[in-house]
Design a protein around this ligand. Structure first.
Ligand code: PNS
Length: 163
């Protein structure tokens, strides 16, 4: 009897990817066989890294894991999931503040496409203070990102801030 492969999408801005993202990705891979890391193209914020740079950083720090596909997508996440035949989205929740945003987003996604389910993982306590915006501030002002981001990401950030 053949077993079906389960796949989920882990979407986000990843500007830059942090230890928090990686922790959620690693744990999601214990639930799903494959993960599509989807970098959203239609964001309003002014990004530090281009989409291609973020894709390269993620590929690098995830060691080109065969179970992971990294893509850049445009438009609604549920439409992208439907096109790919993927029915599960994975999101991490760090704080109560995240919960409100994630609840709204998952309900909106559910209204848009009830076939797509969001699976939530609670970010581990020692990583719950990490956010891409905080890390940008820390590295820009000369602080260390040692416990928050991969050294490859820190180097890339330092180069950006130098220019
Ligand atoms: O890392 P982020 O910024 O919290 O990720 C948010 C993201 C990219 C998952 C969300 O903005 C998204 O899904 N964008 C794609 C457009 C979309 O589907 N918007 C409706 C979601 S309710």
């Amino acid at each position: 009897m053949s077993q079906q492969t389960s796949t989920a999408i882990c979407a986000g801005s990843f500007d830059p990817p942090t230890h928090g993202h990686i922790n959620i990705i690693e744990r999601a891979l214990k639930i799903f066989d494959k993960l599509v890391i989807a970098i959203a193209k239609n964001e309003s914020k002014k990004p530090l890294f281009s989409f291609e740079e973020r894709k390269d950083l993620l590929e690098n720090i995830l060691n080109h894991d065969k179970r992971i596909e990294i893509v850049v997508f445009e438009g609604l996440l549920v439409d992208y999931a439907e096109q790919r035949g993927i029915t599960h989205l994975v999101r991490g929740i760090r704080t109560v503040g995240d919960y409100e945003y994630e609840l709204q987003m998952s309900l909106a996604n559910r209204m848009l496409n009830p076939k797509i389910e969001t699976v939530f993982l609670m970010t581990e306590g020692h990583l719950s203070h990490i956010s891409s915006s905080i890390i940008k501030q820390v590295v820009k002002l000369g602080g260390t990102g040692k416990d928050m981001i991969h050294p490859v990401v820190e180097d890339a950030m330092k180069k950006k801030f130098k220019n």
